[in-house]
Structure formats: C-alpha cells, structure tokens
Design a protein around this ligand. Structure first.
Ligand code: ARG
Length: 484
C-alpha cells in the first residue's frame, strides 16, 4: 500500500478497502497526460515565483525522465500505488529527492484528475474524428464508382423504388459527416482547462490559470472551480456522440449482413474480414459486421453508466466520479476498433452488380414510375395507382415483371399504355429521372459528390486538427500565441 495521505490516520487502511478504493489498475493509462499536466503546473508555479527556477528545472527534468522511461519500456507502472498521480509523484521524489515533494503545491488530485481525463478525452475526440474521416473517404470512393449501380431501395425491408449504390452509400456519408461535426462541436466546448481549481475552491497561491491553459493548448481556464472538478459533461457528450456513431455503424452492419446473406448475395465480404464455421465447411460468416452491431449495446451501456453515476452527485468532487474511467475507456477503445475494422471491411467488399440490378427489376420497384406514366397520359394519380395495383397482381400471378409483359397484355389493363411504357419504366429511366437535390439520378448525385469532395478537402485546412500527431506537434508549437 502506497498512498499520498495518512497523517491524520491512526490505523492502516484495510487491505480490501485499499484495493477497492485504488484506481491505478485503470488510470495508469493517463500517465502521459498526468506528466503533461504536472509539467505545465510547475512551469507556471516558477513563473509566479512560487517555485524557484532551479526547482522547476529539476522537477521538469525528473518528470521528463519518467515519461521517457515509460515510453522506452524501462519503467512500468507499479500497481502498489493508489493511483497514477501517486505513482508519478513517488517516482519523481525517488529520482530527484525532496524537491519532488513540491510538485503538488497549489493542486489537488481533484483538479489533477479532471485535467488528466480532459486531456485524454480531447485526444480521443481527435482520434475518432480522424478514423471517421477515413471511413468517409472509403464511402465517397464507392459512391463515385457506382452512380449507375442499380439496386432496390427498401421501406419496411420491402422493395420500394429503384435507387443506386451511390445513393444508398450517400445516406451513410451524411450520417458519419454529422458524427464528425459533433466531434468538432464537443472539442470546442470541452477545450477549457480545469487545472487550478484545487480541491473545489481554488487556492490561496497566486496561480496563473491562463498560463497552464495556454501551455496545454486549451482556449483558456474553466470559470468555476466547483464545476471544474465535478464536471463530466464533456465525457457524457462524447459518449453520447460515440453511441450515435455506433448506432450508424450498427445499421450499416445490419444491411451488410442482409446483403451478404445467401438469399440476397448483393455483396461478398472479403475473406480477410470473414470467418468460417468449425462444423459447417461451406460457411463464410460476416462476423465483423455482427460484432460491430453487438458492441453497439456495450457503448450505450457505457453512456448509461456514466449518466447514472453522475445523476445524484452533490457538488463538488465525489469518489463516484472515479467510475467515469473504465466506462469511458471501454467506449473509446471499442468505438475506435469498430470504425477501423468496419472501414477495412467496407474497403475490401465486392458488389454483385448484376444481382442487385436483377433484384431491383424483379420487385416491382418501377410501379410508382408506371403510375406516373399513366398520370402523364392524363389519368388521375389515384386511378393510376389502382390500375398499376391490378397490373402488379397480374404480374404476380404470371410470375413476371411489368416491363416483361407484351403491349397487348398491358393494353388489356389500360388502353393508355403505348410502346413508350418500356422506356418509361426501365431501371435506367426510373433512376435518371429522379433529379431533385438528394435524389439518386446521376446528375443530382454528381453535384452532391462534388460537395462531399470539397468538404473532405477544404476541411484539411480547418482549425480542427486532423490527426492526433498534428495536434501534438501543434501543442509543442503553442508558446505565447493562443492559436486555439
Ligand atoms: N482516482 C480518483 C478519480 O479517478 C482521483 C481523484 C481522487 N481525489 C480524491 N479526493 N480522492 O477520481
């Protein structure tokens, strides 16, 4: 047992209590953020004359050696300590002696952990965003190559009207683009620094919270010290946005599972992304898509855990809040894996274009267009609807398609049908005539695709960093100028 407190206690902590209370088993992954926060803190303490320049140099040197040794695998986190904050401080003091004990001046573990979590989460927001961007690129590439890949569009999972693969994928482009906008939005709202809030009521040391905020790439300090140590809204918002990402991935997965089924055969998932059965040699299962769908529930669970943990907490810090970590880390890891694997699966999936077109042809997806044809010949829409209904029934009885009937058979149902009906209800015409914004007609789709390309390219220059590395470099560059 190794803890940062004990002065006012007359008994050792019970071993089981110690273990129950300890968080090092999971907060050890915050070590880089913990060191980053401590470095910023002591630089500020020295600038404010609270530590001497030499003390600051010594501490920063010590912290840096810990960071390097952890990164090089020379030092591993010793789980006998209560939490990652205690571990870092103990190793620091071991390495540089008594000066190490000055690190925690003007700080509490409450603002320290609030900072560590915020730094870690901020990085995750960027990583998720970068993964979503890769997914959007794969979706857009498929859209560009499949403007005339016909397939049935469904409502109630019943064939409804013809559409194209480009159009269907375009729906997912919209969803994941909105997910990215949510990341950006969360980043902007959360990028304020809680360090300096102390335990709950600030400190009596003349801390400069602007400096620490700036050193770590924050827009500025948070404005209420009680809120600073007890706010986990940003985490909940992020988990809600991640739940939405998973919901989108799960819907897409469900479709791919259906499309990949023996009955549909619209797609074939690459061998590298499928698995076999131990008993049935013919099987090639869409496990990745199924797992993504399955893991969605788990991420929702993480969100609900956190919402529930927070709902009854009085201000300010309560130990319940330690429960934020495992749920959040689980969600971060799960979602990143799911996006990456799903993107790979999508990128390597093959489409069976003939099957898709044939399926669109055989399901009366052109029935609406046949009704519209009659409307153009002067039949009121409601009557046309009835005529085509009878026509469909006739086709079902004869197990055929509308455009496979002879003109005589068609005229038997309505004398308005002429030779031009065949062109009017061909898949090509049905799709090409749908030219309103957002519709599958290739001309309409081309305009939307151009906008998407522009969005993905223009966005490279946006203030929101594209990758975590870029962000890290950016943080190193931030000196005096407040870029964010
Ligand atoms: N392990 C704690 C957490 O994750 C760190 C903060 C501890 N603060 C305290 N007052 N015990 O929330």
């Amino acid at each position: 047992m190794a803890q940062l407190w004990g002065g006012r206690f007359t008994k050792e902590t019970d071993k089981q209590v110690y273990d129950f209370n300890a968080s090092i088993g999971f907060d050890k992954r915050l070590i880089r953020q913990d060191i980053e926060g401590s470095v910023a803190h002591v630089i500020m303490l020295a600038r404010q004359g609270i530590l001497t320049e030499n003390e600051m140099q010594e501490i920063v040197g010590g912290l840096d050696s810990i960071r390097r040794d952890v990164e090089d695998g020379k030092l591993s986190v010793d789980e006998k300590y209560e939490d990652i904050h205690s571990f870092v401080e103990a190793v620091l003091t071991e390495r540089i002696g008594n000066t190490g004990k000055k690190l925690h001046t003007g700080r509490s573990r409450n603002d320290q952990v609030a900072l560590d979590m915020r730094l870690y989460t901020r990085l995750q927001v960027l990583l998720v965003d970068a993964l979503l961007k890769e997914l959007l690129k794969v979706i857009l590439n498929t859209m560009e190559g499949n403007l005339d890949t016909y397939m049935p569009g469904f409502t109630h999972l019943q064939k409804a009207q013809p559409t194209t693969l480009a159009h269907h994928y375009g729906a997912y482009f919209e969803m994941f683009k909105r997910d990215r906008l949510r990341m950006k939005d969360i980043f902007k709202r959360m990028n304020y620094c809680p360090l300096g809030a102390g335990a709950l009521a600030g400190t009596t040391y003349p801390l400069d919270r602007e400096i620490t905020a700036k050193l770590m790439g924050f827009y500025g300090p948070t404005l209420n010290s009680m809120d600073s140590v007890s706010d986990r809204d940003y985490l909940i918002e992020f988990l809600a946005a991640l739940s939405m990402v998973m919901m989108h991935l799960s819907r897409f997965s469900e479709e791919i599972i259906i499309w990949n089924s023996n009955e549909y055969r619209f797609v074939e998932i690459d061998d590298a992304y499928s698995t076999g059965s131990s008993i049935m040699p013919q099987k090639k299962n869409p496990d990745i898509a199924e797992l993504v769908r399955g893991k969605t529930g788990r991420v929702y669970g993480d969100l609900i855990s956190l919402l529930t943990a927070m709902k009854g907490l009085p201000l300010a810090y309560n130990k319940d809040m330690q429960e934020d970590k495992e749920a959040a880390f689980d969600a971060f890891d799960t979602v990143k894996d799911c996006i990456a694997l799903f993107t790979g699966m999508l990128d390597t999936m093959k489409f069976n274009r003939e099957r898709m077109a044939e399926s669109a042809m055989m399901g009366f997806t052109n029935a609406t267009d046949a009704a519209d044809y009659l409307v153009n010949k002067g039949v009121p829409f409601r009557d046309a609807h009835g005529i085509i209904g009878r026509l469909v029934l006739y086709c079902i009885e004869k197990n055929t398609a509308i455009d496979a009937l002879s003109l005589d058979e068609l005229k038997g149902i309505s004398d308005k049908f002429e030779e031009d009906i065949y062109d009017a209800v061909s898949l090509k015409t049905c799709v090409e005539k749908r030219l309103t914004v957002g519709a599958p007609g290739p001309e309409a789709m081309r305009k939307v695709i151009a906008l998407h390309r522009e969005y993905l390219e223009q966005e490279e220059e946006d203030w929101f960093p594209d990758t975590a590395e870029e962000y890290e470099i950016h943080c190193e560059v931030v000196e005096d100028e407040k870029i964010f």
